[in-house]
Unconditional design. Structure first.
Length: 83
């Protein structure tokens, strides 16, 4: 089991793993490679793990679901999420 409160990044890792649908979750001590059955599932895992990392971060506020972002800021989708 990976403690998501210690995770720093989640990203696609197909080049590193040399296998399709790979993703990587990094903590200060370990890097975990995982594999999904298809690209859509990999993207869903990256999104879900990323959201879980944000929710366990100290800058996330439960009331607004916001983690330090101004209302005028626009977010962009990225394959790597760093917290």
């Amino acid at each position: 089991m990976i403690d998501l409160s210690t995770c720093m990044t989640v990203k696609s890792a197909e080049l590193k793993a040399k296998k399709s649908h790979a993703l990587e979750v990094s903590t200060p001590e370990e890097t975990y490679l995982m594999f999904a059955d298809e690209a859509k599932e990999k993207d869903e895992w990256i999104g879900a793990i990323g959201r879980a990392i944000v929710q366990t971060s100290s800058t996330y506020t439960q009331e607004t679901g916001d983690y330090g972002k101004d209302d005028d800021d626009e977010s962009s989708s990225d394959e790597e999420l760093t917290y």
